[in-house]
Design a protein around this ligand. Structure first.
Ligand code: ATP
Length: 442
């Protein structure tokens, strides 16, 4: 399938099945803003839970939920006020806007617009700060200016001593957080890949200086493993190291985990060695000591921080793209989602709308629903019902037929292999639960 078509197909499937809608659609939409529909929220939540469990079902990592609005001086200390900028250029002719970094050298030299082709049309590059500014309280002046956080990390740094003390954590330890971040991106796009409002899943791991390089390597590997566990194909994932000219102002080493999107290899997650840069700066700007006291060695020091920073929405796009499968043989579209990620776990279908079959199917629905999301469907032919759910990524289909009346059994259909087994109704819950828990490979 040509790659550009794949994005169109995913956008269309996402809308058709209620994963993602354009935001403010009845007003013509709002550029790069998206709303998550019933299946989208479930999928996003399942990815988040998967990540959260990976991070916090360990004895050295705890969670935090810090606020989006924080003291504006945090962003001075972090370097975002001065350095969180992208150079942008505009085309005077067609008004298109570009990140200067994305423009090919020859176009920049000729000042030629890559959109309309006009020569000498591009403006000089101007630095544009990506933080969204807002005002706290009724006055709109400099003293009330604050920012929507552009990353969740800083909330962790300024709280790290509180968290360590109350949780009695000893170095090395980590703090995990999932939350919204906002960036006034110059070139948002590619559906939910790059948006101005998005969620990050970040874990900041605090280590003794000197241990940072070893721990960095461990987290790098663990984070790649996470995407494999989500069921993403190995050949579509790779590491990419930031060269010296690409390194962010805070980083000693930075590796991206990249996925091969239809529009090229792009970052999915950043694993960074941020050293003690952030804590040092917060210490300087706040005047408060952020030194960690090691009660074994009796030393005081500023820990180094290994950051793993992933995008939730971007991971969801990756999961959907990677799972998309046109099954030519059976003329169906399937989202081969990891069963744990699937928004709905099972569809329950009476073969016909009569003879007492709907009642049995409703009973199964009621029995399963407290355990995981299920859906009841009696509309149209059984084939069509299954195909609808294949597109939604529902891994299991349960059909109640006339034999069910006689022996209390049903068929259980598996989405990808189309394998069907006949099972006693009372064993369904255990069977589906054990399949959901099993290791899964695409
Ligand atoms: P990019 O260069 O792709 O904009 P970045 O290097 O600025 O990303 P980081 O600051 O390392 O990204 O952010 C960590 C993660 O947060 C990214 O890997 C990505 O998954 C997610 N992310 C960052 N910016 C956006 C955005 N505008 N929309 C959606 N997700 C984003």
């Amino acid at each position: 399938m040509p790659n550009n078509k794949l994005m169109e197909k995913i956008v269309s499937l996402a809308k058709r099945r209620g994963f993602v809608f354009a935001s403010s659609e009845i007003y013509g939409g709002l550029n790069s803003c998206w709303d998550y529909g019933p299946l989208g929220v479930e999928l996003k939540k399942n990815i988040q839970d998967f990540w959260w469990n990976e991070m916090t079902l360990r004895n050295d990592i705890v969670g935090l939920d810090s606020s989006i609005l924080m003291h504006p001086r945090i962003w001075e200390a972090s370097g975002h006020v001065d350095s969180f900028t992208d150079p942008m250029v505009d085309c005077r002719q067609c008004k298109a806007r570009f990140k200067a970094d994305d423009l090919p050298q020859d176009k920049m030299e000729k000042r030629q617009c890559p959109n309309c082709g006009t020569k000498d049309a591009l403006t000089d590059a101007r630095n544009f700060n990506l933080m969204f500014k807002t005002f706290m309280g009724p006055l709109e002046d400099d003293t009330s200016t604050t920012y929507l956080r552009p990353e969740t990390a800083q909330g962790i740094y300024v709280n790290y001593l509180n968290v360590a003390t109350v949780s009695r954590l000893k170095i090395p330890f980590g703090i995990a957080q999932v939350g919204k971040a906002f960036r006034n991106e110059i070139t948002p796009g590619n559906f939910i890949f790059r948006t101005r409002e998005f969620s990050q899943m970040e874990m900041q791991y605090f280590v003794k200086p000197g241990d940072d390089e070893k721990v960095f390597e461990e987290w790098k590997e663990r984070r790649m493993d996470f995407y494999l566990k989500l069921g993403i194909r190995e050949e579509k994932l790779r590491f990419k190291e930031h060269g010296p000219d690409e390194l962010a102002h805070y980083a000693k080493t930075a590796w991206d985990i990249q996925y091969e999107f239809p529009f090229g290899w792009q970052e999915l997650e950043g694993v960074h060695n941020r050293t003690d840069f952030d804590l040092k700066r917060h210490q300087e700007h706040s005047g408060k000591s952020l030194l960690y006291f090691d009660d074994v060695s009796k030393e005081k020091f500023l820990p180094y921080i290994i950051e793993t920073s992933a995008g939730l929405n971007r991971t969801m796009l990756t999961v959907m793209l990677d799972a998309y499968w046109e099954d030519e043989e059976h003329k169906r579209i399937v989202l081969k989602l990891h069963p744990k990620l699937a928004p709905i776990k099972a569809v329950i279908c009476p073969l016909v709308k009569k003879d007492g079959l709907p009642e049995i199917a409703r009973q199964i629905e009621n029995d399963l629903r407290p355990h995981f999301p299920v859906i009841y469907d009696q509309q149209s032919s059984i084939g069509k019902r299954y195909y609808r759910q294949d597109e939604a990524g529902t891994p299991y289909g349960i059909t109640v037929d006339h034999q069910s009346l006689e022996d209390n059994t049903v068929t259980l259909r598996e989405r990808d292999t189309l394998e069907q087994v006949r099972l006693p109704i009372p064993t369904l819950l255990d069977e589906i639960n054990s399949r959901l828990k099993a290791d899964w490979k695409p």
